[in-house]
Design a protein. Structure first.
Length: 259
């Protein structure tokens, strides 16, 4: 069954665009990409192809100011991205969702499940970047932090663009992140979760996942450490697919294949 494109106005001037394959049976898998990424990367594509081969219903979308979705990055906050993600998930209610989040997307997946506004059957979290905005801000020199507060935005070099390319982040992104702390407050989730994190992650320390594992309350929780794995975890894609399979109900797979 081919993917169908969808678009959704989630906020004024924000159009979220994504793709969906629906067998009409069982849960919906939903992929949430990372910061300054998109829903057509290597992990997202592998998950979509795997879902098609297995007969899973699957969706993926671009966050506001990412990929094909609209919005200016300097105007975004974690709360806005969370509301966008919940709006997409609500399209498939009341069917349960299995959320697969990468980096920022993993943080959003936990916030979605914690909100209990949608039925979540399981979480697969890849190099989860919990509290990375707070951590990044705290690591800046005091003068730069003060400049960001006073100017309302910070200009940063773009490591993925041509030489000299920059992008901007608004200070409300930092202010808003405090409300979404998941490392220094108790977190109770209604579903099992598994985290996959590389021991050579150059962006998010492995200790972040280890810390979260210690204090999160969930029906089942596991952390798989990938030896030599970096933040992208592309070499661990087979493991990611296996974790999705482990969460997927067998009866839903049979129904999807017979549809």
């Amino acid at each position: 069954m081919p993917e169908t494109a969808f678009s959704l106005n989630t906020r004024p001037d924000i159009m979220i665009r994504g793709r969906m394959t629906d067998t009409g049976h069982g849960p919906i898998g939903l992929f949430l990409h990372g910061f300054r990424s998109h829903c057509v990367g290597e992990k997202a594509t592998a998950l979509t192809e795997h879902a098609f081969a297995r007969g899973y219903s699957w969706a993926r979308f671009d966050l506001a100011a990412h990929g094909a979705s609209t919005g200016a990055l300097v105007e975004q906050t974690l709360s806005g991205w969370l509301e966008d993600a919940l709006s997409v998930a609500a399209l498939y209610a009341p069917r349960p969702l299995i959320l697969v989040g990468s980096s920022l997307g993993a943080w959003l997946a936990v916030l979605m499940a914690r909100s209990r506004r949608i039925p979540v059957a399981g979480l697969v979290l890849l190099a989860p970047a919990f509290n990375f905005l707070q951590r990044y801000y705290a690591g800046l020199p005091q003068g730069l932090r003060q400049q960001w507060r006073s100017d309302g935005r910070l200009t940063l070099p773009d490591p993925y663009g041509p030489p000299g390319t920059v992008y901007q982040l608004g200070y409300p992104l930092i202010e808003d992140a405090v409300a979404h702390d998941v490392l220094s407050v108790p977190v109770a989730l209604p579903c099992p979760l598994t985290m996959i994190h590389g021991d050579r992650d150059e962006v998010v320390p492995l200790a972040v996942s280890e810390d979260f594992l210690r204090h999160v309350h969930a029906p089942d929780k596991r952390l798989t450490v990938v030896a030599g794995g970096d933040h992208r975890l592309t070499a661990a894609i087979p493991r990611v697919l296996a974790e999705v399979d482990a969460l997927w109900p067998v009866t839903a797979v049979r129904a999807g294949r017979s549809a």
